[in-house]
Design a protein around this ligand. Sequence first.
Ligand code: UDP
Length: 151
Amino acid sequence: MQVTLVILKPSAIQRAILGEVISRFEKKGLQIVGMKMINLSDEVLKIHYSHLVNKPFYGRIKDSMQASPVVVMALKGVDAVNVVRKITGVTNGRDAQPGTIRGDYSISVQENIVHASDSYETAQTELARFFTTDEIFDYPQINIQSIYAND
Ligand code: UDP
């Protein structure tokens, strides 16, 4: 089992599709083990997007990510990091496959609805960035046999 981080970006909130997007993860069989609404500070955003902070478009990313609160989620499942990235789709909503969240709900590189950790190591760092250990819950997923059988 892995836990990974998803951020439902301001574009998801403003488009009023939070429920639909969360529902996709739930229906896949992922277990929500942490979830809260927060504002992203300048400091946290700089660390989170440190690989983009020197790009000319960083200011636009910052404005976009601070346009409203975001919802951060911790999702648990077998191979969850990879599974969630696949459900999310590639960065540019115009290139993302139909059936993915970005492919179905966005037509923009920037306003692409969700962030998802891109590796197991990144997930550990990002979960620790947004959640304290007591905000990640360990509870039985009662239908786990129907979700995985003996995988
Ligand atoms: N982004 C952007 N323009 C770009 C590249 C990225 O606006 O040319 C934004 C976009 O919202 C993206 C985020 O910055 O989701 C982080 O970019 P990254 O390359 O890490 O892609 P991701 O992991 O989100 O697919």
